[in-house]
Design a protein around this ligand. Structure first.
Ligand SMILES: [Zn+2]
Ligand SMILES: [Zn+2]
Length: 453
């Protein structure tokens, strides 16, 4: 059995797949309608889940994109429902927005329908979890890969957090609706997909260096979806339905792959930490930013610029040992505070549990790197395209590719690069560079390169 050869619908098999990696791969997403005209099957989905009275969540834009049509369909069938439309222009994924819905939630509703993508989906997952109702997402834009994931990216007490929530039981992705999404959202979707080049490779590299769990089946599934997207990416500029379909399928599959693996590894690596740190800085210092997928696309170009150089590394044991011998905890702590501000304390605590800066742990990883450098280099050479290749893909559809394109200063990008290995307990390119005593040098070189190219 090869997961990457199965049609997406079959991956939703409720019993799951017994995999040679030792896991049973399952997702709680149990129904997917995807294709042109998919919204016509709304009642089929509502009947499947025996819905009597849904609660519908929209914002002003998604009301126009699909919400009004949903109301209309329900009215014509005389189906009872309640709804809430966010009145604000920008809906933030925070306590206020969640509170707005809770204050108008009708407890006689037995099901939730959210019409939207990124933020609306994140909020609806929280409402579904809190209310114990099942939830259908009617997607309106192929802008990010959180459709089928079981977490919400939120702002809590002014800080960016990931909250584990629930996955929708069903998704309707009508390509006729999604192809009319704002172009920036389509560009963002491709940005979130090209990230998978990096995430899959870093997952494999981490498996070799740290022994972290890895599943070649799930990685293969992600890789196949990525290739399908890349092959049809040029049509996105003209909203070509086949391109939008492959992109949407790839983004939904990313969420399924994350559920299958029980970790975010198949879908996010170093490129995502550039975006996370841009978001943190935006919240704390008001620096500019863009959609998640746009930032991730830029982060992918930056990450590939780094890997373009990493291919030529000749690991040097003495340099690596000298670096860990010179490690100064106080200095590290003050750098953390400078980069992460309000978020620093929690991350310093995380390192207290993780111990990645401790000598013994470093030495173990270093031996694994030195002993497996040939394999690591092969994974980089075979799995990663050049930065230019991905930058051209994004440029071809008019997407921003450099931090300056969205107003982000080089200093912040340098902080993001240096701080990336601290954000989560996850082994990524910058972890490897740190282990080899090359992180600071690579930071200087990356900034020099984006200044001059
Ligand atoms: Zn597996
Ligand atoms: Zn993402």
């Amino acid at each position: 059995m090869n997961l990457s050869e199965l049609p997406i619908g079959e991956l939703l098999n409720l019993h799951g797949f017994d995999c040679s990696c030792g896991k049973k791969h399952k997702t709680t997403l149990s129904h997917l309608e995807i294709g042109p005209g998919a919204l016509d099957n709304l009642f089929f989905v509502l009947e499947k889940y025996q819905v009597k009275k849904p609660f519908i969540i929209c914002d002003k834009n998604t009301l126009k994109a699909a919400g009004e049509r949903v109301y209309d369909m329900l009215n014509r069938k005389d189906m009872e429902y309640e709804s809430y439309v966010f009145p604000q222009d920008e809906v933030e994924p925070d306590e206020y927005s969640v509170g707005q819905i809770i204050m108008s939630f009708d407890p006689s509703c037995d099901f939730i329908i959210a019409v939207g993508s990124g933020v609306i989906n994140d909020i609806a997952k929280i409402i579904a979890k809190a209310s114990g109702r099942d939830y259908l997402l009617i997607a309106t834009a192929p802008s990010m890969d959180g459709f089928a994931s079981n977490s919400s990216s939120m702002i809590q007490n002014g800080v960016k957090v990931t909250i584990y929530t629930v996955c929708p039981v069903a998704i309707i992705a009508d390509i006729d609706i999604m192809k009319d999404a704002p172009m920036l959202m389509i560009q963002a979707g491709l940005g979130d997909m090209v990230a998978k080049y990096v995430s899959i490779c870093e997952w494999r590299i981490s498996n070799i260096i740290t022994g972290e769990y890895y599943c070649p089946q799930v990685a293969g599934l992600m890789r196949a979806a990525l290739e399908k997207c890349v092959n049809t990416a040029s049509g996105l500029m003209n909203r070509d339905p086949q391109g939008i379909l492959s992109l949407t399928e790839g983004l939904i599959l990313s969420g399924i792959a994350m559920s299958f693996a029980d970790v975010s590894r198949p879908a996010s690596g170093l490129e995502h930490y550039f975006s996370h740190i841009y978001d943190m800085s935006k919240l704390e210092k008001g620096t500019p930013g863009s959609l998640h997928g746009i930032q991730v696309g830029i982060g992918t170009v930056l990450t590939l610029l780094v890997y373009d150089r990493m291919r030529f590394i000749k690991p040097d044991r003495e340099k690596a040992i000298a670096h860990i011998d010179a490690f100064d905890y106080k200095q590290w702590e003050s750098r953390m505070k400078q980069i992460f501000g309000k978020n620093a304390e929690a991350l310093i605590e995380l390192e207290g549990q993780e111990g990645k800066n401790e000598k013994d742990n470093h030495l173990k990883r270093l031996e694994a790197i030195l002993g497996n450098w040939g394999r690591i280099k092969e994974i980089i050479d075979q799995g990663l395209p050049s930065s230019k290749y991905v930058e051209d893909l994004l440029k071809d559809i008019g997407a921003p590719t450099r931090p300056r394109d969205i107003g982000i200063q080089d200093d912040l990008t340098k902080d993001a690069f240096l701080g990336s290995r601290e954000v989560r307990d996850k082994y990524i390119a910058t972890s490897l560079l740190w282990d080899l005593g090359l992180l600071d040098q690579y930071g200087e070189e990356l900034i020099e390169e984006i200044r001059t190219t």
